[in-house]
Design a protein around this ligand. Structure first.
Ligand code: GLC
Length: 675
């Protein structure tokens, strides 16, 4: 059951699609106060766990730390980081009374989850309108209360984004594929080594002067021909689009936006200006419907060149400086001139040029036009609605692309997000590093993202910043094989990390063969989970709630209906301990082949050389595998082999791009005997 408690007149965030929820009476948990600011408090018992909050650092069980939902252009992802790019305000408390709670607000909100006091949660926000949804598990369901709460929540927030089938293929990316030649080289190397590939991402290098929706003709003379040549080989181009629009006469997108008043403005009615990649830029007011329609229509410049996939970036929005913060920084820097820089002013001096990045006072300088939940249109200072800015860029793209390519799914993922945008696109988890700890960080983030509806997600495999190594990339890829979005992306100033830069391309080939063999199964599970509110990736606690060992495990995950993974995330490890909550089939994937061994419930030390992927199949499950192919459009699901001891599997299949997604008539029962 879901109940709602409303304070003030909230801003429409787009998160909730279900109107028919009860007004909270008795069915509330904790206590709410809203005298000066909104606050919700709730006691925690000794063994209670807290799950959720989507894209964040630290554990799957989030108890013991504090987080702030504030979409941030944050390059430091570590244990002190309280905000990343997304605002995912949903938590579940597992205890004597297990319940879910969702705070539907576009503004900054903090979650003190037993950090100040390990025995209580305090959630607070300086908002003047917020909807709080309480979710009680339904009685008599076959699934665990935790899965049931997520399922109800996901019904409340609507069906997660379903990418085209090719979005499950491998994507190669790098900030630094500067020309058509660079792109063709990537394709050549993949195809030469026989490694599957479905997408090559174009970073800001392809644009003219970093202007969104433009193509630099000197570097990419014929994008249409390039995309069509690649497509005939099963590879799609996926260009980046940035939120900030360069202020430049003659740049059509800017001129149109300016003429029509589509950019965010300050109180004096002038456009707010801040610096991003192209320098001084304006920012579309994405919370306005007409602005979204205009921005969404711009994607046509690229779909006309045959493009079918995009990634939206810098949409928190990221701001390197504003006119105001830059002027203040210069003034301050000048004030140091001629001074004896002692301890009191040297550090101040050092911090001054970096002080202009993503400043809260800059987010207070401009306004967005929003819709309130009573239907009225109102102006709101940006910082009070900040968390829905990026998500509404995804919405603009999604709605625009649906109008440009009716009936066809487009690949779309974003950096900034808020619950609501899980319906409009996926997300990648931003600028991580080539660190071993970041493999584990991704592993822990994935189930939380699924709880919040972000099913199509994944990290920059191999790490974005810093230099990757072959062992790191292999171990990370062994996790990535199980995430819906699988993309190797890195920054221009790092060591190249395409698989062919390393000594053992055959190891990557084998791993990608597993991925492609699993795609029909993963896709079938993904679509059915998206439609029914199931979780594609779960903590063990969600499948084995009565097994206290399983409930405390944070480095193994349940994936799809029938798999458990236990990735290796430590350098030089030759394997790891794995806990099996039930009898399972261990699958060792080596050199493109599976070897299966039945293992008993309990603890096992499993050796895992860097060339192998080891994973586990639930005892009752049957997992279909198809023959791998070089791209998803060449996968043949007529000839299947199977993993595990189950007797049947209901395989969902469609054409891979239709937007009319339903299971009726599209499920084929497959059985082992057919092998
Ligand atoms: C941002 C993105 C990163 C991209 C870079 C250049 O930092 O997060 O993925 O490579 O911008 O566009």
């Amino acid at each position: 059951m879901i109940c709602r408690q409303r304070t003030g007149i909230p801003v429409e965030t787009g998160a909730v699609v279900q109107d028919a929820v009860k007004t909270a009476g008795k069915n509330v948990y904790g206590k709410t106060t809203s005298a000066k600011k909104f606050e919700w408090t709730c006691p925690l018992a000794e063994n209670d766990a807290v799950y959720g909050l989507g894209e964040n650092t630290r554990g799957i069980n989030k108890r013991g730390f504090r987080y702030t939902s504030w979409c941030s252009d944050e390059t430091n992802h570590n244990e002190s980081t309280q905000s990343l790019y997304g605002a995912h305000n949903f938590i579940i408390v597992r205890g004597k009374k297990t319940f879910g709670i969702f705070f539907d607000t576009p503004s900054r909100i903090t979650f003190d989850l037993g950090w100040t006091d390990i025995h209580s949660i305090t959630v607070s926000s300086e908002t003047d309108g917020i909807d709080v949804y309480y979710i009680t598990p339904e009685k008599q369901t076959k699934e665990s209360s935790l899965c049931n709460i997520v399922r109800q929540f996901r019904t409340l927030i609507g069906t997660s984004y379903i990418p085209p089938l090719w979005g499950f293929g491998y994507q190669q990316s790098r900030w630094g594929y500067r020309t058509e030649k660079d792109v063709l080289e990537v394709r050549k190397q993949f195809r030469k080594a026989g490694v599957p590939l479905d997408g090559i991402c174009l970073d800001i290098d392809y644009m003219e002067d970093y202007e969104s929706f433009t193509i630099d003709k000197k570097k990419f003379p014929d994008m249409k021909k390039l995309s069509s040549d690649l497509k005939s080989d099963g590879i799609r181009l996926i260009p980046i689009i940035d939120a900030g629009i360069k202020i430049k006469d003659g740049y059509k997108v800017y001129e149109d936006g300016k003429k029509n008043g589509y950019f965010c403005k300050k109180t004096d009615g002038t456009e707010y200006c801040a610096g991003v990649w192209p320098g001084r830029s304006n920012f579309p007011d994405f919370t306005r419907k007409d602005v979204r329609a205009w921005f969404g229509a711009q994607y046509k410049n690229l779909t006309d060149a045959g493009i079918e996939g995009f990634w939206n970036d810098m949409n928190e929005p990221a701001m390197f400086y504003s006119d105001e913060s830059l002027a203040a920084a210069f003034k301050k820097l000048e004030s140091f001139s001629g001074k004896n820089l002692d301890i009191n002013c040297f550090f101040d001096f050092c911090g001054t040029s970096g002080s202009t990045f993503n400043r809260l006072d800059d987010y207070k300088r401009f306004y967005n036009e929003v819709t309130l939940k009573n239907g009225r249109i109102a102006k709101r200072r940006h910082d009070t609605i900040h968390n829905i800015y990026g998500s509404h860029m995804t919405r603009a793209a999604n709605e625009g692309l649906s109008a440009i390519l009716p009936g066809k799914r487009t690949l779309l993922y974003s950096r900034a997000s808020c619950i609501g945008s899980h319906r409009w696109g996926g997300i990648w988890t931003g600028d991580n590093k080539s660190w071993w700890s970041h493999i584990l960080m991704e592993l822990k983030m994935l189930p939380s993202l699924n709880m919040c509806g972000f099913m199509y997600s994944g990290a920059d495999t191999g790490g974005y910043a810093d230099d990757s190594s072959e062992d790191l990339l292999l171990r990370w890829t062994a996790l990535g094989v199980f995430t819906p979005l699988l993309r190797n992306h890195s920054a221009w100033n790092t060591k190249r990390q395409e698989f062919y830069q390393f000594e053992h391309p055959q190891y990557f080939k084998s791993m990608m063969q597993l991925r492609y063999s699993l795609i029909p199964y993963m896709y079938s599970e993904y679509v059915q989970d998206a439609l029914s509110g199931g979780m594609f990736i779960r903590p063990l606690a969600f499948d084995y709630p009565d097994d206290s060992r399983a409930c405390h495990i944070e480095d193994q995950l349940m994936v799809c209906g029938g798999l458990m993974i236990a990735p290796v995330y430590e350098q030089n490890a030759d394997g790891r301990m794995v806990y099996l909550p039930e009898k399972m089939t261990m699958v060792r994937w080596h050199a493109g082949k599976a070897e299966q061994t039945l293992l008993a419930k309990g603890d096992h030390y499993i050796e895992v050389p860097v060339s192998d992927i080891v994973f586990f199949v639930k005892h009752s499950a049957l997992i279909p595998l198809c023959r791998p192919a070089l791209s998803t459009d060449r996968l043949d699901t007529k000839h299947l082999t199977f993993l595990g001891n189950g007797i049947k599997y209901d395989l969902y299949e469609d054409d891979g791009f239709t937007t009319d997604i339903k299971t009726e008539g599209r499920i084929r029962r497959v059985r082992k005997e057919a092998e």
